[in-house]
Ligand binder design. Structure first.
Ligand code: GLC
Length: 575
C-alpha cells in the first residue's frame, strides 16, 4: 500500500512538476522578456511618406532579434486623426492606413513570432477620438443610445462648466457641445472625450476589443492613462493651489478625477479577459508610492502583471544614493519589479541623466541597471544607441499641440519621438521622404550601422547585456542583494541563483573609483571571479577590477571559495 502510494507520488512529482514548471514559465513569459517600446511613426518608413509604418517594423525584426528583444510594445497604430499621435482612437479594431493594413499587422505578428518576439499593443482606455463613431453618435442627440458612453453634464449656468476640473493639456476639462447644449468631459484634449466606464456596455465592448486582438495573436496590452479612467460622478470641485501652470490655469489637486479606486475593478476585468490567452498587461501607472504601485498588481495578483511605476525614470538626478533608494523600494515590494528609463512622454534618459561629457558611459550605466536588476526591463527605441532628445527651438516647429499651447514652459515631447537612426544616409535611413520630425544632426555618427562596427558602442553594450541576461539564471531569476559599498557614488549588487552569482558594479560619478567591497565579498575569492562584461572599450578580460572608470560598469561572475573535502567524507576509493 505504502509502496503504491510512494510510486504514485514519485510519478506525480517527476512527471507533473517539470511540465507545470514549464507551463508556468510559458504563462509568465513576461518575467524574463526584454520589452521594447517603439512609435510606429518614428521607426521605419517603407513608403516614402515620412511617417513610419508596420512593414517598416517587420523589415527591422532581425535587428530587434539581434538586440535581444523578446516583446514589442507599439504605441497606438489604430485609425486616428492623430491629434495626440494615435492616442485619439477612431476605431479599435483596425489599423490606420498611414501605418498599413490589418494584413500587414498579421504579417508583422507572424514574422515576429518566427523570431520569438511577441507584439503588445497600446490600449487607450480612458477616451476615444471625437471622430470615433461612438462619440459622433453620442453627441448627435441627448437620446442617442450612445449618449451614456461618454460623460455628459449640464453646465452650472451660462458659460459655466459643470465643475472646475482642468485638462492635463490646458484649459477646462469640459467642452460645451452646442448641438445638445451639454458639456462633455475630457481629461486630455477636447478631441479626446472620456469614455464612461460606469456604463456596462462600454466595459463589455472594450473587453471584446481586447479579445479580438488576442485572437489575432496580440500578446498583451499596455493600458494607457489608467489613472484617469474614473471620476467622481458628483463632480465636486478640485481644491486649488497657489500659482498657475504652464497653460495659465490655476494649479489644482486632481482629487476627484485622478487615481480613483474603481480602476482596480476594471483592471481585474481586463485581466480576466487576458488570462485565457496568456496575455500580459502593462500599465501606465506613474507613482512614487510603493503601496500604490503594489495595489496595481492586485491583491490576488489579478490586475496588472507589469505596472510601470517609472520609479527610476523619475529620479531627479543621476545619483547613486537616490537610485539606491528607489531600487530598494522596488525590491522591498512584494511583487515583480518593472524597470523603465524612457518613453514617448519623457525627455530621453541620456538628456535627463547625461552630463554632456560622459553621455555614452552614462547610457551604458542605465543600460546595465535596466538589464541586470531583478525584474522586467522596458527599453525605449533608440535608447540602445544613446539617442538624446532633440527639442525644436522655435514654437512654430513644434508638432505636439500641448507643447505649442503651453510654449515655452509646457512639457515637450517631440524631442523624444524623432526618427530612429539607422545609418548615415539621408534621413538616417528612416525614410526616403521628408521625416515627420527632423532627424537629429548626430544621426551621422550615432546610428545602428556605425555603432555596430564599434565594439565600444552603446549599441554593442546593450547587445552584450541582453545576451548575458538571456543565458544567466542569476540575472533572470536570482535574488538581489545590495552590497552597500562604502563609496556613496557606487551601486554594487549581487544577483544570485542556486548555482550562479553575478556581481554588478556601477560607478555613477565622473571620477575613477576604487572598487573595495570589503567583507561583503568574504567567501567569494577575487581569484575565482570572471569579468563577463565591462563598459570600457576593450572586451572582457580578467576578474574583478580594483577600480571603476568614470561612470564605468563591470559585470562579474563570482564563484564561492572551495573548501577541500575531508578525506573521511570523500568515501572509500573506487565506490
Ligand atoms: C498617455 C500617453 C500620452 C498621451 C496621453 C493621452 O499618457 O502616454 O502620450 O498623450 O496618454 O492619451
Amino acid at each position: 500500500m505504502f509502496r503504491t502510494h510512494f510510486t504514485v507520488v514519485l510519478w506525480f512529482l517527476c512527471t507533473f512538476f517539470p511540465v507545470r514548471a514549464k507551463a508556468l514559465e510559458d504563462r509568465e513569459w513576461w518575467r524574463h522578456a526584454v520589452f521594447y517600446e517603439l512609435c510606429p511613426r518614428s521607426f521605419q518608413d517603407t513608403k516614402g511618406t515620412g511617417v513610419g509604418d508596420l512593414n517598416g517594423i517587420t523589415a527591422r525584426l532581425d535587428y530587434l532579434r539581434g538586440l535581444g528583444v523578446d516583446a514589442l510594445w507599439l504605441t497606438p497604430c489604430f485609425p486616428s486623426p492623430q491629434v495626440d499621435f494615435g492616442y485619439d482612437v477612431a476605431d479599435y479594431r483596425a489599423i490606420d492606413p498611414r501605418f498599413g493594413t490589418l494584413q500587414d499587422f498579421d504579417r508583422l505578428v507572424a514574422e515576429a513570432r518566427r523570431r520569438g518576439i511577441r507584439v503588445v499593443l497600446d490600449l487607450v482606455v480612458n477616451h476615444t477620438s471625437d471622430q470615433h463613431p461612438w462619440f459622433l453618435a453620442s453627441r448627435s442627440s441627448r437620446r442617442s443610445p450612445r449618449r451614456d458612453w461618454y460623460v455628459w453634464r449640464d453646465g452650472r449656468g451660462p458659460g459655466r462648466p459643470p465643475c472646475n476640473w482642468l485638462s492635463l493639456f490646458g484649459g477646462s476639462a469640459w467642452t460645451l457641445d452646442p448641438v445638445t447644449g451639454q458639456y462633455y468631459y475630457h481629461y486630455f484634449y477636447p478631441q479626446q472625450p472620456d469614455l464612461n466606464w460606469r456604463n456596462p456596455a462600454v466595459r463589455r465592448e472594450m473587453l471584446d476589443v481586447t479579445r479580438w486582438w488576442y485572437q489575432r495573436g496580440v500578446a498583451g496590452f499596455r493600458l494607457d492613462a489608467v489613472d484617469t479612467v474614473f471620476e467622481d460622478p458628483a463632480l465636486p470641485d478640485n481644491p486649488l493651489l497657489p500659482g498657475k501652470n504652464a497653460f495659465g490655469d490655476p494649479n489644482m489637486v486632481n482629487r476627484h478625477n485622478y487615481k480613483l479606486q474603481e480602476v482596480h475593478g476594471l483592471l481585474r476585468d481586463l485581466r480576466r479577459a487576458a488570462d485565457p490567452y496568456g496575455a500580459v498587461l502593462l500599465g501606465e501607472t506613474y507613482t512614487d508610492s510603493i503601496p500604490e504601485l503594489q495595489a496595481y498588481y492586485g491583491n490576488g495578483r489579478n490586475e496588472l502583471q507589469l505596472p510601470t511605476g517609472h520609479m527610476l525614470a523619475m529620479a531627479e538626478t543621476l545619483s547613486a544614493p537616490e537610485f539606491r533608494k528607489r531600487i530598494d523600494a522596488l525590491e522591498a515590494m512584494d511583487a515583480w519589479p518593472v524597470w523603465v528609463f524612457g518613453n514617448h512622454d519623457l525627455a530621453r534618459a541620456v538628456t535627463r541623466f547625461g552630463d554632456g561629457v560622459h553621455d555614452d558611459a552614462i547610457a551604458k550605466d542605465l543600460a546595465a541597471l535596466l538589464l541586470t536588476l531583478r525584474g522586467t526591463p522596458i527599453l525605449y527605441y533608440g535608447e540602445e544607441l544613446g539617442m538624446a532628445s532633440h527639442e525644436p527651438g522655435r514654437r512654430e516647429d513644434v508638432v505636439d499641440p500641448m507643447a505649442r499651447l503651453g510654449w515655452p514652459s509646457a512639457k515637450r515631447r517631440d524631442g523624444a519621438r524623432t526618427p530612429m537612426q539607422w545609418d548615415a544616409g539621408p534621413a538616417a535611413g528612416f525614410t526616403t521622404g521628408t521625416p515627420w520630425l527632423p532627424v537629429p544632426l548626430d544621426a551621422a555618427t550615432r546610428n545602428v550601422a556605425v555603432e555596430t562596427g564599434d565594439p565600444g558602442s552603446v549599441l554593442n553594450f546593450y547587445r552584450g547585456l541582453t545576451a548575458l541576461r538571456r543565458g544567466s539564471r542569476a540575472l533572470l531569476e536570482g535574488d538581489y542583494q545590495d552590497l552597500a559599498p562604502a563609496d556613496p557614488s557606487l551601486l554594487c549588487y549581487l544577483r544570485r541563483s542556486q548555482d550562479e552569482a553575478v556581481l554588478v558594479a556601477v560607478n555613477l560619478s565622473p571620477e575613477p573609483r576604487k572598487l573595495d567591497l570589503g567583507p561583503a565579498l568574504d567567501g567569494w575569492p577575487a581569484a575565482r571571479a570572471k569579468l563577463l562584461l565591462g563598459s570600457g572599450a576593450s572586451g572582457p578580460e580578467g576578474g574583478l577590477p580594483g577600480e571603476l572608470e568614470p561612470y564605468g560598469v563591470v559585470i562579474v561572475a563570482l564563484a564561492q571559495e572551495q573548501h577541500p573535502v575531508p578525506a573521511a567524507a570523500a568515501g572509500p576509493a573506487g565506490s
